[in-house]
Design a protein around this ligand. Structure first.
Ligand code: GDP
Ligand code: GDP
Length: 437
């Protein structure tokens, strides 16, 4: 686990969303517009000085009375405290300290996690002086920034990066067990699946104690496979915060997914693949995790000759362009394909670690490239000379060419599909780079 979760908290209009956009540069953001709040919540992924992190803008409530504000913001802060690794508390230099800021500061002072007090809207030097009053919040040092013009955000990121763990040295030879996360919407059948998997006798081998955070791994031995289940029901009930389930499930999903190798996404067949499912799938892809989709409660679906084929095609349409993912039709109730589901998750885990020897890769790929070279652009021909799999924890490939900048996405996709056909990366996101030879 080496991705930190950063939560942005603060009252409405201080500039949280603006800061969020700066931090992730809108690169990989999703907007959780399904939640029943007046404002969207944002989740994004970014990196700074080699440290990867996720940012969650806890959103805000644009309308409502001050009482509502206070209650909602308290919840928001409590959630952040529980789930995040770093907390960015944003205040507004134009407004100065408000009673709500004082309230939030009081909550934050009790916490052991790194807290960054950020005074926003310091757009010019004069406002630096105005920022001084924020020492009175009792949170110590603060960072002055202007989210709108970007000044100060580099220093803030530098300071945050120092508090994030070093990137993991990934030892590919190590006998690390697969970490599976069973995720999906409420009622998809996750708990039933986990119970079916681990059985009444609960073949728990050990509880692996977490280091800096709660233990969320539990080791199992089932059907001849050893694996860890991440974030099973037992951990869920630890939460103190019950109210904001929607947000909680987003936070939880983010954390669970980042901690896992393979995401088993359970979908309720009687409801179909919904936008929440898509969000989870997207998160898994962005985090380069393996994915297996289970269409559960298959027993409830009335079947005709092509029902399964048509259903599968509809799901693949929803997940395009990442369609090379196993989809398994299960019924936890009748135990249909439960073993298959785990077997597939193990296979995806193995594929995700797969290393293709350079000679084999070049033998096959260069031949394909010769038969289907990239299209010439403005009379210039791209020559691909060599390729290799990079020594990264998940599959990434570099192709070396004379004019790498001329290779466009469709051709990259063509190569990716060939790699998938030949070497079988079903369920595994892969990345292709072009580099100058
Ligand atoms: P949120 O409710 O905390 O997410 O705040 P927003 O990001 O929506 O920003 C609220 C308002 O403050 C918007 O009108 C922004 O344009 C403005 N704002 C955000 N950051 C800055 C800043 O650094 N300087 C100034 N002057 N305005 C800002
Ligand atoms: P969770 O919220 O995702 O953990 O879902 P649960 O495991 O609690 O299941 C929700 C409901 O769906 C329960 O009533 C289960 O008995 C039922 N359920 C789970 N899997 C199946 C299945 O494969 N078929 C049918 N018919 N019902 C199921």
């Amino acid at each position: 686990m080496n991705t930190s979760i950063v939560a942005i908290v603060g009252r409405p209009n201080v500039g949280k969303s603006t800061l969020f956009n700066r931090l992730v540069q809108r690169r990989d953001a999703i907007v959780d517009s399904v939640s029943g709040v007046t404002r969207d919540r944002h989740y994004g992924k970014s990196d700074w000085n080699g440290k990867e992190f996720s940012v969650i803008d806890t959103g805000g409530y644009a309308i409502g009375s001050d009482d509502i504000f206070e209650e909602e913001i308290r919840k928001q802060v409590e959630l952040a405290l529980e789930e995040a690794d770093l907390i960015v508390f944003v205040v507004d230099v134009e407004q100065g300290i408000t009673p709500m800021d004082t309230e939030v500061a009081k909550l934050l002072r009790k916490v052991k996690k790194p807290i960054f007090l950020v005074v926003n809207k310091v757009d010019n030097a004069m406002r630096e002086n105005d920022a001084l009053e924020f020492f009175n919040l009792g949170l110590g040092e603060y960072y002055t920034i202007s989210s709108i013009n970007g000044s100060g955000t580099g220093e803030l990121l530098d300071a945050m990066a120092i508090k994030m763990p070093e990137p993991e040295e990934t030892d590919l030879e190590s006998e690390e067990l697969p970490r599976f996360a069973i995720v999906g919407r409420p009622n998809a059948g996750k708990s039933s699946f986990i119970n079916a998997l681990i059985g009444k006798d609960r073949n728990i081998v050990t509880d692996i104690a977490g280091t800096t955070r709660d233990s969320i791994d539990t080791k199992y031995n089932r059907f001849g496979f050893d694996f860890n289940l991440v974030d099973t029901a037992g951990i869920r009930k630890k939460s103190k915060v019950k109210e904001d389930l929607e947000f909680y499930s987003v936070m939880r999903a983010v954390r669970t997914i980042e901690y896992s190798d393979v995401i088993v996404l359970m979908v309720d067949a009687s409801r179909g693949f919904e936008s929440q499912d898509q969000n989870i799938f997207w998160l898994a892809e962005k985090n380069k995790k393996g994915v297996v989709i289970l269409i559960n409660k298959w027993d409830l679906v009335e079947k005709e000759t092509n029902t399964m084929r048509d259903y599968e095609a509809a799901v693949r349409k929803e997940i395009a362009p990442f369609t090379d993912v196993p989809i398994i039709f299960t019924s936890v109730l009748t135990k249909q394909r439960i073993f298959k589901a785990i077997e597939t998750a193990v296979a995806v885990f193995e594929s995700r670690k797969k290393r293709i020897p350079t000679s084999k890769l070049n033998d096959t790929m260069l031949e394909i490239i010769q038969q289907n070279p990239p299209p010439a652009i403005k009379g210039k021909y791209v020559k691909i000379k060599y390729c290799m799999q990079l020594p990264t924890p998940t599959p990434q490939f570099a192709f070396f060419a004379n004019l790498p900048q001329y290779v466009k996405d469709p051709y990259k996709r063509f190569l990716e599909n060939k790699l998938r056909d030949i070497f079988d990366f079903n369920g595994v996101p892969i990345i292709i780079y072009f580099r100058q030879k």
